[in-house]
Design a protein around this ligand. Structure first.
Ligand code: NOJ
Length: 539
C-alpha cells in the first residue's frame, strides 16, 4: 500500500533539552528565552518541529520527568508568557512545537500524590498503585529502572507504592477512569494553547499486568519489563486517549515505548486503529549502545523495520536523544573520523523511512561528555545506582567506572555555541560541565566552515524535503559487502541509492548514478573511504 501523505511524515523534528540548550539569564540553566534567541539558526538548519523535553513545574529529580504541575512552567525555564512567546515566535517562522507528556507517573510532589499518601481512603489513593507487602517484603519482585526495587514503603499508611523509575516518580494507576480523564484534560489544555503535538513518555508502561505477578528470574529483585510493558489494555487506553484528546486535532503524536517490535509499532501507528501517529524505533540504539559496533546487526535491524513498517505503520527515527550516548562516540569514531561519522549518520537518518528526530548538538558533531567524579554527575539513574551499590559495600571506584560508562549525562552536556567561556551556553556556572572540546567543536566554527557537519545536515534536510522518494519511497536493501549498507528508495519511477561505509576500512563497490551529496570529495567512484556516505539519483 502506498504511504499516505501527512505533514508529520514530511517534517524533521529537532529535540531540545532546554536545561542544556541556551541560558539567557546567567543562572547556569538553559531557559525558554534562550531558545527563542536561537530560533533563527534552527530555521536555517531546516527543521520543522521543535520537541521540548519537560519544562513543567517539577522538583527535577529526573530533569523534569517528574512533574508536579502539568499546567505550569518551571520557573528555571521562565514563565507561561515566555512559553507563549516561544510558541508564537516558532509559529511565525513556520515551525511547530511539541511537548513531552509524562503520564506513566507524576512527581511525588504532585498534589495528587501528596493527597494519595495521606490515608488509605481518600479520593486520590487510587490514582496510584498501592499494595500491602508480602512476608515483610515488597508486594512483588519487580526491579526498578533507577533503584533496585520498584516499590517504596510509605510508613504513614503502612503500604508500598509502585515506581518503575525513581521513588520520587510514583506510577499512576491507569485502571482508574478518573486518572484517564485527568490526562485527557491536560492534553486538551495544552492543545487549546496552540501546541502541535506530544511525545508520550514511557507510554507502553501505563498498563500493568492484573494481579501484579512476580517477574521470572532469580534474585530478590528482577528487572524485567514482562509485566509492566505492552500489557494489552495499553492499546485500549491509547485508543481512548486518541478518541478523547487527539482525534479532532491535526497534531504529531509519538510514543516512547520500551521493547518495541515491528508488530507493536504497527499496532500503535496504524491509522485505522486510532492510537498514535508513530512510535520511536529503539532496537538499533539499544543494541549498539549495549553490545557495541556491529554493522551487520545494524543493517539487519534497520532493514527489518523499514520493510516491516512500509505501508502499514510509521516510526520516529533517531540516533541520539537525551537518554543515549551520542552515536558519533558510540558507533562512529569521535577521534579520527568525527566529522565523517557525524555526516554518515546524518545521511542515514535523513534517507530512511520514518520521521527523523535530531537531538541538539548532533548537527554540529558534538561528542559524549565524561566527568571525573560522581559529584559532577546529575543523572538520577547514575547517582542512585552508585549510592545503592556503595552503601551495599561495593568498591566506589569500580562502581564509579561502571556508572560512568552508562550515564545518560554523556549526551546532556551544554550546547556548544562558540569558543568563548562555557561554550557560550551561560555567563554563569553551568548546571553540568561543558565538554572541554567546545573550543574546537561549536556552532560558530560550524557556520564558518562550508564543509562542516552543520552545513551537511542543512543540505541533507533540504534534499530530503525536495525528494518525496526519500520520505515515502519503498525501501529496498541491496546486496553489498558486509561493511557497506546499500539501499534504494523508490517512488513513482524515481530511484535513489544510498551507499554507506559503516567501517573504517576502504571498501570497493561499483557505484553509479548522479552523486547528489556525500561526506567526501569523491576521487574514486568505485571505492569508499572510511565511513563514507553517498546519495545517488539513479533514475
Ligand atoms: C524516558 C525519558 O526519556 C527519560 O529521560 C526518563 O527518565 C524516563 N522516561 C522516565 O520518565
Amino acid at each position: 500500500m502506498p504511504e499516505q501523505r501527512q505533514w508529520w511524515k514530511e517534517a524533521v523534528v529537532y529535540q531540545i533539552y532546554p536545561k542544556s540548550f541556551n541560558d539567557s539569564n546567567g543562572d547556569g540553566v538553559g531557559d525558554l528565552p534562550g531558545i527563542v534567541a536561537r530560533l533563527d539558526v534552527l530555521k536555517m538548519l531546516g527543521v520543522d518541529v521543535l520537541w521540548l523535553t519537560p519544562i513543567y513545574a517539577s522538583p527535577e529529580v529526573d530533569n523534569g520527568y517528574d512533574i508536579s504541575d502539568y499546567r505550569a512552567i518551571h520557573p528555571q525555564f521562565g514563565t507561561m508568557a515566555d512559553f507563549e512567546q516561544l510558541l508564537n515566535e516558532a509559529h511565525s517562522r513556520g515551525m511547530r512545537v511539541i511537548m513531552d507528556l509524562v503520564v506513566n507517573h507524576t512527581s511525588d510532589q504532585h498534589p495528587w500524590f501528596i493527597e494519595s499518601r495521606k490515608s488509605r481512603d481518600n479520593p486520590y489513593r487510587d490514582y496510584y498503585i498501592w499494595r500491602d507487602g508480602k512476608n515483610g517484603r515488597e508486594p512483588n519482585n519487580w526491579g526498578g529502572h533507577f533503584t533496585q526495587s520498584a516499590w517504596s514503603f510509605d510508613a504513614a499508611t503502612g503500604q508500598y507504592y509502585l515506581h518503575i523509575f525513581s521513588p520520587q516518580q510514583p506510577d499512576l494507576n491507569w485502571e482508574n477512569p478518573a486518572v484517564r480523564a485527568e490526562v485527557d484534560a491536560i492534553i486538551a489544555w495544552w492543545l487549546a494553547k496552540g501546541i502541535d503535538g506530544f511525545r508520550l513518555d514511557a507510554i507502553n508502561l501505563i498498563s500493568k499486568a492484573p494481579g501484579l505477578p512476580d517477574n521470572a528470574g532469580a534474585g530478590r529483585y528482577v528487572f524485567a519489563i514482562e509485566h509492566f510493558c505492552k500489557e494489552p489494555r495499553f492499546h485500549t487506553y491509547l485508543h481512548e486517549l486518541h478518541q478523547a484528546a487527539f482525534a479532532h486535532h491535526d497534531v504529531l503524536t509519538v510514543g516512547e515505548c520500551a521493547d518495541l517490535q515491528v508488530a507493536d509499532a504497527i499496532a500503535i501507528s496504524d491509522p485505522a486503529r486510532g492510537e498514535l501517529n508513530m512510535a520511536f524505533l529503539f532496537e538499533h540504539t539499544n543494541y549498539y549502545h549495549k553490545v557495541g559496533k556491529d554493522a551487520q546487526r545494524l543493517k539487519e535491524i534497520l532493514t527489518r523495520w523499514q520493510t516491516g513498517l512500509h505501508g502499514r505503520g510509521w516510526a520516529g527515527i533517531a540516533f541520539n536523544n537525551h537518554d543515549q550516548p551520542r552515536v558519533v562516540s558510540s558507533f562512529g569514531d569521535d577521534i579520527r573520523f568525527r566529522v565523517e561519522t557525524a555526516k554518515l549518520f546524518a545521511t542515514l537518518l535523513l534517507t530512511l523511512e520514518g520521521t527523523p528526530f535530531l537531538y541538539q548538538g548532533e548537527e554540529i558533531g558534538m561528542t559524549d561528555a565524561t566527568y571525573a567524579t560522581i559529584e559532577e554527575y546529575n543523572d538520577v539513574g547514575t547517582v542512585n545506582v552508585y549510592r545503592e551499590q556503595v552503601a551495599a559495600g561495593a568498591d566506589p571506584q569500580v562502581v564509579f567506572a561502571a556508572v560512568r560508562a552508562t550515564s545518560r549525562d554523556r549526551g546532556r552536556s551544554p550546547y556548544q555555541w562558540d569558543a568563548t567561556a562555557n561554550a557560550g551556553f551561560t555567563t554563569g556556572s553551568p548546571w553540568i560541565g561543558v565538554n572541554p572540546n567546545y573550543r574546537e567543536i561549536n556552532l560558530a566554527a560550524n557556520l564558518a566552515d562550508p564543509a562542516s557537519v552543520f552545513h551537511y545536515y542543512r543540505q541533507m534536510i533540504a534534499l530530503r524535503k525536495r525528494t518525496p522518494a526519500l520520505i515515502y519511497g519503498e525501501f529496498i536493501a541491496q546486496a553489498a559487502p558486509a561493511a557497506l549498507y546499500v539501499y534504494q528508495r523508490l517512488d513513482q519511477g524515481q530511484c535513489y541509492q544510498i551507499v554507506l561505509n559503516l567501517s573504517e576500512q576502504r571498501v570497493a563497490y561499483p557505484c553509479m548514478g548522479d552523486l547528489l551529496i556525500g561526506n567526501y570529495a569523491v576521487t574514486d567512484q568505485n571505492r569508499l573511504q572510511p565511513y563514507e556516505a553517498r546519495v545517488y539519483r539513479l533514475v
